[in-house]
Ligand binder design. Structure first.
Ligand code: AMP
Length: 198
């Protein structure tokens, strides 16, 4: 089962991804996490990505597509995977369709987490406070200025994926404003029948 998570930054994709991983035992492939790992390891790709990420911009389509193409070859992806944060542009979605079709695979479903943008900034403030209170380091791109930039980038470059997947008949929307449990239940209602079919 190949699932894509769509939604603006701060919509709760990471939280819900953990739920899906637990329920279906498929890995979460987060290009954001992979780029942060590359940055922390100081690889050439990671170092190049750091400045772009801190500014709230998108890393090049070719770089992220290559990272995903390599990752889906791993054995733990054999039963499917959850894409979190990829694709983020139409060219990335086209590259994904191509790489999957070469393997005789296709995206099964795209879950759009629908959220009220005004509430996102409040969530961000809470997340920063909680992270600091727990004595952990706040992500370099977790500040209001970069967040506003990321939201703009989402609207311009990622939101066009909604009609793209709608046309393919793969889009399912979930209300992302409820409690974590309610959102998970909405996601399960979409994924359970697809999982059973596979
Ligand atoms: P995320 O953790 O998904 O919010 O990603 C953090 C940052 O990593 C983004 O703001 C981008 O700079 C970069 N990034 C993650 N995924 C992608 C992608 N699919 N395409 C381009 N840039 C990405």
């Amino acid at each position: 089962m190949i699932v894509i998570f769509l939604g603006p930054p701060g919509a709760g994709k990471g939280t819900q991804a953990a739920h899906i991983v637990e329920r279906f035992k498929i890995p979460q492939l987060s290009t954001g996490d992979m780029l942060r790992a590359a940055r922390d390891a100081g690889t050439p790709v990671g170092l190049k990505a750091k400045a772009i990420m801190d500014a709230g911009n998108l890393v090049s389509d070719d770089i992220v597509a290559a990272i995903i193409e390599e990752r889906i070859e791993a054995e733990d992806c054999a039963k499917g995977f959850l894409l979190d944060g990829f694709p983020r542009t139409i060219p990335q979605a086209e590259m994904l369709d191509d790489m999957l079709s070469k393997k005789g695979l296709a995206v099964d479903v795209v879950i759009e987490l629908k959220v009220d943008e005004a509430a996102l900034i409040e969530r961000l403030r809470t997340r920063i406070k909680e992270t600091l209170a727990a004595g952990r380091e706040v992500r370099g791109d977790d500040n209001e200025e970069t967040f506003a930039k990321r939201l703009g980038v989402y609207r311009e470059q990622t939101a066009p994926l909604i009609p793209y997947y709608e046309k393919q008949g793969k889009l399912s929307a979930v209300d992302g404003m409820g409690t974590v449990t309610a959102v998970s239940a909405g996601i399960d209602a979409i994924l359970d029948p697809i999982w059973t079919e596979k």
